[in-house]
Design a protein around this ligand. Structure first.
Ligand code: GCU
Length: 452
């Protein structure tokens, strides 16, 4: 009897020790299951359906400007939650800005955990090559995220950095948040041949200024789907468990990765880390805007066709709407809390809007780009323009120039005299046609050889 008891005790100790040392495998949920779990946590039984692009559908997106502004009154970025007006830069920095950040953290993009793991950067290869006719040095890098807290998940941040080979000193860098090349190749196979904007590539344009460029792959940090939320950096920080309602979503995870790249730049002697710009298109336009808003070290941003969840006002009914982003295909970009604004709450219940995200970038330079309605209407170019206008008072309060007008400009008119820039090009859903305008805007500020 005693022997049996002793054996049982020994067994349970061994078992407990094993349970302590072997972490539980990541939870596996489909996007639909995880979305339902968040709806349950929010006590929501249904949400409104998103818009689509089928003209015959009952849910066809609105493209009629006369119906686009059901909620024209935006939250005022310069009124404190207490109702008091913000009248000084000091009040903005110490009181109002933190209030706005808290709303974006809790309700929109989610909170980054207090202690995210360290990243160890390693140069995988160094290649001398020529881009256009400019000799360059390209480094391939991997940022290995410390996973000692949960070894079942590995995160390796992918980055390439290209510097003009003959640079006399540290160079400014323009960094693109880019689709994974394998994903792009697969996508291109499925799509009909796409028109290519003529002229030098953005990389060549950047190099011809004597600057360098970098390409960072956000999906190496966090997958672009709901099923991946218990994996990647979000899963690693949660030890494989599903998210709480105010945990970060993919946009903040992608932005976190961009900040870790910037950490690396601060250690690379070929880079002027005080002059790093960030560019992203579409979902990566959203991520680039989030990165710019949250990390004051980024000097400038080109936010291309970012649409709903990015620079487009969520209070607008044009193209993509909140309901789309709150649905199972896109909710993973956001905090779980965001889902409730697709039902029962509505767009005007969101305590902030995208003009305040742009305002969080103040007084650094932000260029908002879009394409023509035919081809890029889904992103609501005018909704992004209106957000850029409404961010203006914060720039003015900080002693900087705003967009300079509240009149929607004719297509292809650059508005680049202030700290906020805007241009709608006449192509479709592509960042290429606005690169030259963005670089003109950036050149007034970013210099190849900064004065000491
Ligand atoms: C979809 C989505 C957009 C997103 C875009 C993209 O169209 O609805 O929000 O920006 O994909 O990333 O290409």
């Amino acid at each position: 009897m005693r022997v049996a008891q002793a054996l049982a005790a020994l067994f349970s100790i061994t078992f407990a020790a094993a349970a302590q040392t072997t972490p539980a495998a990541p939870v596996q949920l489909s996007a639909e299951q995880d979305h339902q779990r968040l709806m349950d946590a929010l006590h929501i039984t249904s949400i409104r359906r998103g818009a689509d692009n089928d003209p015959k559908s009952a849910y066809y997106a609105n493209y009629d400007e006369s119906k686009a502004n059901p909620y024209p009154d935006l939250p005022d970025p310069l009124i404190l939650n207490s109702g008091k007006r913000v009248t000084t830069a000091e009040m903005w920095w110490t009181q109002r800005r933190p209030e706005i950040v808290e709303y974006f953290d809790r309700e929109i993009y989610g909170r980054v955990p207090a202690n995210t793991p360290k990243v160890r950067w390693e140069v995988i290869s160094t290649t001398r090559e020529t881009k256009g006719d400019i000799p360059v040095i390209t480094k391939k890098l991997v940022g290995q995220v410390d996973n000692s807290s949960y070894p079942l998940i590995t995160v390796d941040i992918q980055l390439t950095l290209t510097i003009p080979a003959n640079a006399p000193g540290r160079v400014p860098i323009m960094m693109e948040l880019a689709f994974d090349p394998a994903f792009m190749a697969a996508l291109m196979k499925r799509l009909p041949p796409q028109p290519v904007f003529p002229g030098p590539t953005w990389e060549q344009q950047v190099l011809s200024k004597g600057w360098g460029y970098a390409v960072y792959i956000p999906t190496s940090v966090q997958a672009d789907n709901g099923a991946g939320l218990t994996q990647g950096i979000i899963g690693l920080c949660n030890k494989g468990q599903p998210r709480q309602l105010d945990n970060w979503g993919a946009l903040r995870a992608w932005a976190w990765g961009a900040s870790r790249v910037l950490d690396y730049f601060e250690t690379d002697k070929s880079v002027d880390a005080r002059q790093v710009g960030i560019e992203g298109h579409s979902r990566y336009g959203k991520a680039a805007l989030v990165a710019m808003a949250y990390d004051p070290r980024f000097a400038i941003a080109y936010i291309s066709s970012s649409g709903e969840g990015g620079a487009k006002l969520s209070r607008r009914n044009f193209g993509e709407i909140v309901e789309n982003v709150a649905g199972t295909g896109e909710y993973h970009w956001m905090a779980g809390n965001f889902i409730k604004y697709a039902g029962p709450l509505h767009w005007n219940d969101i305590p902030v809007d995208s003009h305040e995200l742009i305002a969080l970038c103040a007084a650094r330079r932000v260029f908002i780009g879009a394409g023509a309605i035919h081809g890029d209407g889904w992103t609501d170019p005018r909704g992004m323009f209106l957000a850029a206008v409404a961010a203006g008072p914060v720039y003015l309060l900080l002693g900087k120039k705003d967009l300079g007008t509240s009149q929607y400009p004719p297509i292809e008119t650059p508005l680049i005299d202030g700290e906020i820039g805007f241009r709608q090009h006449s192509w479709g859903h592509t960042p290429a046609p606005n690169w030259p305008t963005f670089l003109t805007f950036a050149s007034r500020y970013i210099k190849a050889h900064p004065q000491p």
